[in-house]
Design a protein around this ligand. Sequence first.
Ligand code: GLY
Length: 353
Amino acid sequence: MNTVYSINEVSMTFDLRSDLREITSEYDEKKIFLIFEANTWTHCWPLIKDFRPVPESNILILEPGEENKSIQQVIAAWDGLGKAGADRSSLVINIGGGMLTDLGGFAASTFKRGVAFINIPTTVLAMVDASTGGKTGVNFRGLKNEIGVIRQPKHVFLYLPFLRTLDRHNLLSGYAEMLKAGLIADQELWNRLKIFNLDGYDEKEFGRLIWRCVEIKKEIVTADPEEHGIRKALNFGHTIGHAIESESLRSGDPLAHGYAVAYGMIAEAALSSNLLGLTAGAVSEICQTITHLYGNPPAIIKDQEIMLGWMKFDKKNRDNHIIFTLLEEIGKNRVNLEAGEEEIRKVLVNVSL
Ligand code: GLY
């Protein structure tokens, strides 16, 4: 393998085509199925094409976008796999952003009770979060990732040249999950991310930062793959973030996941201050860093009824108890903290727009 870094089944490679050839060598070409979204079909397939002569009928191209992270698209994937003759000894390779690796992973995990899959994330968000850890699924009834299973991929390949075609908005969406990794687990990483220049970035340094985030995620997921305890650390910013994202999807003006999480982190940093004594200096450092990169949160965050409504339906919560992962300090989190409605209303209403 042409590995820059690796931990277990995740590796960062500088020669994806030859690594793919090697890892798929145990499969006949007819058993290999590739799932793309339109963008990755156009931009990424040419870079790895011909790693093996996979039949054209084994290539599926799905609709991109969070609004298409639906059971209908899973049915389209099952249909394509079935028609092209996939069976339990097949291998599915998902090539795309977080929506595609979540959806393709779910389609593979449920087809004939489970077919092995490899994830090749093509966005920062998918590299540092969605593609590793085994969470797969789709949105349902407006709720994020409401239907899904946890099933680990056979391998995950990170290949930095795929990021070269991403615009700043897409880079920033993934960068929010990187900031989260620093905030929950590594103050030094946070300090490096705060000053990293995403415009015309240095690919080697970006690769080191991305890899540190992967290490943090792998360490947490290995200790708690089914999310009974410390895996919930990865949910910092996501309780309020998912409410913002779900409402933006419902209103027909979808906000990128990372932006919603970034704004969620601003509100949850304030909650951390009220409930865990995170210092005012840390809260203001987090707010300033995030608003500098992402601008101010959208006005919807102040609509307490709508936000609380979404939070109560979030799968992380039950019986109207709303549960958070919060920060004691930068780099140190605590999971399973319940906040009362009044406490949540207070931080929502006080977010500066
Ligand atoms: N995206 C958070 C997790 O994988 O647990």
